[in-house]
Ligand binder design. Structure first.
Ligand code: TIU
Length: 223
């Protein structure tokens, strides 16, 4: 099917497409988590939760595989480079106890995906130690097994984990599409710049479209 995306239409087949929802975790979206510890206002990110929920529901209805990622580390921090943990002066560091448990540690309440976007039974959940979802994970093996060719991206934050993962995917030969209203940044100017740089130069990293456009083309194909 053809999506009227930017910078030009994207031809994709739902059977070989997956939606990757990046890091919609309490640690980035709720007060007292990792995002807030870095000095960010998390309310901006909360606003996209309903749109991401709509995109997930539409993809599930169209038979598109939904994959969720979580940025988090082992409790012993063996997969957290000291350079990541010790950088800057956050109010809480990775592994420190906070209001949602230990910050960015797998299994802690803060590392969980927000309840509105909870993975459905059987959906793949990738725990990742880096900003990119391919680094040190099984994501590439899952996508190879599934025969995936096109990836739709949503989640947070646009210019950090979403853009990093899109660049990793683009270099691995996937067609990448970003749902521009299902992603958000703590910095509106960074979000706008990331969207522009992704679709510049003839979709150098990938395509962009709004969630409504994606859902309409999926529904039309269904009908
Ligand atoms: N998931 C993700 O984007 N991790 C970050 O640390 N993002 C920030 O913008 N800090």
């Amino acid at each position: 099917m053809i999506l009227d995306a930017r910078p030009f239409p994207l031809d994709f087949d739902p059977a070989t497409t997956a939606l990757i929802v990046i890091d919609m975790q309490r640690d980035f979206i709720e007060p007292g988590g990792f995002g807030a510890s870095l000095g960010n206002d998390v309310t901006l990110l909360q606003a996209i939760v309903p749109t991401v929920a709509d995109l997930i529901a539409g993809c599930r209805a169209a038979g598109i595989a939904v994959i969720h990622t979580r940025e988090c580390h082992r409790p012993d921090l063996a997969d957290c480079p000291p350079a990541k943990r010790l950088r800057g002066s956050p109010s809480l560091r990775i592994g420190d106890p906070g209001p949602m448990g230990r910050v960015l540690i797998m299994g802690e309440p803060g590392a969980e995906i927000v309840p509105e976007l909870a993975p459905a039974p059987g959906e793949i959940v990738i725990d990742k130690p880096g900003k990119g979802a391919f680094y040190a994970t099984d994501l590439g093996a899952h996508l190879a097994r599934m025969g995936t060719r096109t990836l739709i991206f949503a989640g947070v934050t646009t210019e950090v984990c979403v853009q990093t993962t899109m660049r990793e995917a683009n270099d691995r030969g996937f067609d990448c599409l970003l749902a521009t209203d299902a992603t958000e940044s703590y910095f509106p100017a960074f979000k706008a710049a990331a969207i522009e740089m992704i679709r510049a130069q003839g979709a150098i990293v990938g395509w962009t479209a709004r969630t409504g456009q994606i859902l309409r083309v999926l529904e039309t194909a269904d009908a």
